[in-house]
Design a protein around this ligand. Structure first.
Ligand code: NAP
Length: 247
């Protein structure tokens, strides 16, 4: 049976790679982000490659409750949801020198990396199939080793997901997290990637290379699979061994 999968941040990077894989498996996929043109281009690219219209788009700023409410009504008008992938998020590079600047930096980062997932999940939860529903959220290796508000916001995603996993288990809904390491071929790195940064990052990875969006997407698809129903409350690190350090 065709599953309905919703992916936030599905127009670029890891989310787009996940959309491609879910759609290739036959799912009906809704990709969500703030920029309609980016979403539409991603959907067209995937649909053309598959020769089937499996990916549709819905634009919303997921930090805004009213927009999330309207988005959920739009999505669920088409039926219940089987899989929710909370992938939207980004890194805010700032070095504020006032307390109000630091507060704004943390608040913006939490809104983008945590509140987007909380709002979309709360809005879609009544429409998630049970038993069998799947929630997969994308955090980061930064959740375990910083830096600053980005790592803290991703760690908050871990705590929230573990609580949700306990809460939803009796209803047959699983909740898991993917924590990627360095995946440079995405927009999150657009303004930050220099050859020096890339070399420094790769130097710490035992497998000796960056990851790809597709390698992270493979983990998302695995945790969302129909036969992954006894896996919940897990945080899967996909990072080339980065947390181990080089021997
Ligand atoms: N790449 C890495 O090295 C890496 C490592 C660890 C974790 N991650 C995490 O992986 C996830 C995917 O990132 P990526 O690397 O694939 O980078 P990306 O290409 O920048 O993807 C982020 C996506 O999130 C969407 N988004 C951001 N804010 C949003 C909002 N308020 N409402 C709706 N959508 C929003 C963006 O679309 P719009 O701008 O159009 O809204 C974009 O499609 C993120 O959570 C990121 O923190 C990435």
């Amino acid at each position: 049976m065709t599953r309905r999968t919703v992916i936030s941040g599905g127009g670029t990077g890891i989310g787009k790679a996940a959309a491609r894989r879910f759609a290739a498996d036959g799912d009906s996929v809704v990709i969500v982000g703030r920029r309609p043109a980016i979403l539409e281009a991603a959907a067209a690219e995937i649909n053309t490659a598959l020769g089937a219209d499996r990916v549709t788009t819905a634009a919303a700023d997921l930090t805004e409750p009213d927009q999330v409410h309207a988005l959920a009504e739009q999505i669920t008008a088409g039926g219940p949801v089987d899989v929710l992938v909370n992938n939207a998020g980004t890194f805010f590079e700032r070095t504020p020198d006032t307390l109000s600047g630091i507060a704004a930096w943390y608040i913006d980062t939490y809104r983008t990396n945590l509140i987007t997932a909380v709002l979309l999940t709360e809005a879609l939860l009544p429409h998630l199939i049970r038993p069998g529903g799947r929630i997969v959220s994308v955090s980061s290796i930064a959740a375990l080793r910083g830096p600053g508000p980005y790592g803290a916001s991703k760690a908050a995603l871990h705590g929230w997901s573990l609580g949700l996993a306990r809460h939803l288990a009796p209803q047959g809904i699983t909740v898991n997290v993917i924590a990627p390491g360095f995946v440079p071929a995405t927009e999150v790195w657009d303004d930050m990637l220099t050859p020096e940064v890339e070399a420094a990052r790769v130097a710490g990875i035992p497998l000796g290379r960056p990851g790809t969006p597709d390698e992270v997407a493979a983990g998302i698809v695995h945790l969302a699979a129909p036969d992954a129903g006894w896996t919940t409350g897990q945080i899967l690190q996909i990072n080339g061994g980065d947390l181990l350090g080089r021997g």
